[in-house]
Design a protein around this ligand. Structure first.
Ligand code: ADP
Length: 262
């Protein structure tokens, strides 16, 4: 909201204001475009050296170069985890700028949703194993017409939060179901859960809840806003569901007849 420091006396002033607003609109679009370009540039620049760090620590952890004593393998484990976390943050930044930019059109293809979910879980195996978490899958074979890459990022963000906020040894329930003409994915963990006052805020860009601010878990505050953008791009929705037990419950709904709507 802003007010212009001019008094409007006649049609000419109104016309002048109109021109000024047009100019501001163009400026805003340019600034947005520059911002997205910068975000993408930074993310790309960070990716390459990080890949070397990740691959190097993997080589060390796999003892390809030589055997490690317990202290060394603990340090290498921390390096590996940090590299994975950093990579996730960079990917978040990149996805965020892509989600906001105009070239975020869906690339529709046939996606085997159940397989995609298992793939996302496999990608996070290291973190799941480190925290000794149990994943309870209730999925069935389902082919969905959607954008595989974006769906993967969406589900990955939900799962990585569930993993991040779960207590050691906790269980994460992943349930896929079909409701009339939509597919529903529920993800429930046993972490601290979301306070009702944050149910909608968690989807705001850069919002980070209390646990985050206390420094217990690292993140960018972008994961859920990207998930929301991608759910909406699929004409779907994503919401926090009230959970009487402890733990967060996220529900993603995607229409099955997306191809007809786009
Ligand atoms: P972050 O990088 O902080 O995890 P997100 O956008 O993914 O960013 O999430 C925003 C906030 O929502 C988090 O800071 C956290 O407070 C809350 N949140 C998200 N997922 C969970 C969860 N599974 N359990 C508890 N809190 C969560």
């Amino acid at each position: 909201e802003f007010s212009l420091p001019v008094s409007v006396k006649g049609p000419e002033d109104i016309q002048r204001l109109g021109h000024r607003l047009d100019w501001l609109r163009v400026r805003l679009v340019n600034v947005e475009a520059q911002k997205n370009k910068l975000l993408r540039h930074i993310s790309h620049e960070l990716k390459t050296p990080l890949t070397s760090v990740r691959e190097g620590s993997e080589l060390l952890a796999d003892e390809v170069v030589g055997r490690l004593n317990p202290q060394q393998s603990e340090i290498v484990g921390i390096l590996q985890q940090s590299a994975v976390q950093l990579q996730k943050r960079i990917e978040d930044l990149l996805s965020f700028s892509i989600a906001l930019s105009r070239d975020s059109a869906l690339n529709l293809e046939s996606v085997e949703l159940d397989k995609l979910i298992l793939k996302v879980e496999a990608n996070q195996k290291l973190a799941i194993m480190t925290k000794e978490l149990k994943i309870e899958n209730q999925v069935f074979s389902l082919t969905y017409s959607g954008d595989e890459e974006k769906l993967m990022i969406l589900i990955d963000n939900l799962l990585s939060n569930a993993v991040k906020y779960s207590p050691r040894g906790g269980t994460i329930q992943v349930t896929l179901s079909q409701e009339k003409n939509q597919v529903v994915l529920d993800m429930v963990d046993q972490g601290p859960g979301i306070p009702p006052s944050d149910y909608t805020k968690v989807f705001d860009a850069f919002f980070q809840g209390e646990q985050r601010q206390e420094g217990h878990v690292m993140g960018t505050g972008l994961g859920l806003s990207i998930a929301k953008e991608y759910a909406i791009a699929h004409h779907g929705s994503i919401d926090v569901v009230a959970n009487p037990d402890r733990g967060a419950h996220f529900c993603l709904k995607l229409p099955l007849n997306l191809a007809e709507q786009t």
